[in-house]
Design a protein around this ligand. Structure first.
Ligand SMILES: C[S@@+](CC[C@H](N)C(=O)[O-])C[C@H]1O[C@@H](n2cnc3c(N)ncnc32)[C@H](O)[C@@H]1O
Length: 189
């Protein structure tokens, strides 16, 4: 992760993988008995994926998308024994197509480790719009951050309801946005 950060800083956005505390906070409150499809965008070395695999129902389909070929190869090796996980080398801005190609029209939750604030606005809009169309009723868009609360207003431009959960035990300290009720990109005030 450090190597990737040094060579492609903006796309990686963090020098260390998320802690277990971060992973737990991101996944907290998911109804594991009923969640049958979850997509993870920007999995890095897989700390969120590992917790996801541990908690998800064995019948749940978990699609994990990573753009970096080296990280993706490592993820594929790490999770090859987990039959309900598919690690895909691909661009999260096209995750609607990636899911459609696998016959998955809806997901219960979208988990994002992507550095969304540093994405071009059009790419960010595409990811959040696809999430809104893809998430089933009652589902959530969940976003990791290592800049606690700084982008709260940005997520509020897209979602009616945004809750922030602080995670002090992470390097650096971070948090999680849990978003519901997409309302389209609203202009910044
Ligand atoms: C901050 S790291 C998060 C890694 C991991 N989720 C964690 O919590 O440790 C961001 C990850 O998003 C990936 N990424 C960046 N842009 C992407 C894109 N357009 N599609 C898929 N993955 C992307 C990077 O390669 C990197 O692995």
């Amino acid at each position: 992760m450090m190597r990737a950060f040094l060579t492609q800083g903006k796309r990686i956005a963090s020098f260390a993988p998320s802690s277990r505390f971060m992973a737990r906070k991101l996944l907290d409150g998911i109804d594991w008995a009923h969640a049958r499809s979850i997509v993870e965008l920007g999995a890095g070395t897989g700390p969120i994926t590992a917790e996801l695999v541990r908690l998800a129902h064995p019948k749940a389909r978990l699609v994990v998308i990573e753009l970096d070929p080296v990280l993706c190869g490592r993820l594929q090796a790490r999770f090859r024994e987990s039959p309900n996980v598919e690690v895909v080398l691909g661009d999260a801005t096209k995750f609607g197509e990636i899911l459609a190609a696998r016959g998955i029209p809806k997901v219960d939750h979208v988990l994002s480790g992507l550095p969304l604030p540093s994405f071009p606005a059009a790419a960010r809009d595409a990811i959040l719009e696809t999430s809104a169309k893809t998430i089933s009723a009652g589902g959530t868009f969940r976003q990791l951050t290592v800049m606690p609360l700084i982008y709260y207003k940005m997520y509020r431009r897209y979602f009616e309801d945004v809750r922030f959960r602080f995670v002090p035990f992470n390097l650096p300290p971070g948090g999680v946005y849990v978003c519901r009720g997409y309302r389209g990109a609203q202009p910044a005030k």
